[in-house]
Ligand binder design. Structure first.
Ligand code: SAM
Length: 121
């Protein structure tokens, strides 16, 4: 199975200047843990997780750019799900943005998606 075979949900994004509170609401309302952060040209600029939002609250940070992770570990559509599972394990993370050649975000792949795929077999 390849990354592109994972059932795709509509991709929800955030921007570096978004208030932390707004991002928190987005995570809760969509029942998700990861959000790709996209710049004004539509390119991947970072990633934010509920952990980062907890960090923002703990340290009184209000803008997303103060807490987002800029060095993002990504997945490509033509990679195998096996490779992504290993990447998740190696980096102690649970979700990767799926990105194309122009750094445009196509979706997210999470440990949950991979468990679901294996559970269906
Ligand atoms: N183990 C937990 C998990 O899987 O989410 C939390 C640990 S992880 C080290 C927490 C940090 O990783 C957060 O600051 C988050 O922004 C960052 N992170 C999550 N996914 C990432 C990814 N795909 N690339 C780079 N950093 C990521």
């Amino acid at each position: 199975k390849m990354v592109r075979d994972i059932e795709s949900k509509p991709v929800i994004i955030t921007h570096p200047t978004d208030p932390v509170k707004e991002v928190a609401l987005k995570l809760v309302e969509n029942n998700i843990n990861h959000l790709p952060v996209v710049d004004s040209r539509g390119k991947l600029a970072g990633i934010v997780t509920s952990w980062d939002i907890a960090d923002a609250v703990a340290r009184g940070k209000t803008k997303l750019e103060e807490v987002m992770t800029r060095k993002v570990i990504i997945a490509r559509e033509d990679e195998s799900v096996d490779i992504i599972a290993r990447r998740i394990d190696k980096n102690n993370i649970s979700g990767l943005p799926i990105v194309d050649k122009d750094s445009k975000v196509k979706g997210m792949i999470t440990a949950e998606d991979i468990s679901r795929l294996i559970g269906k077999k």
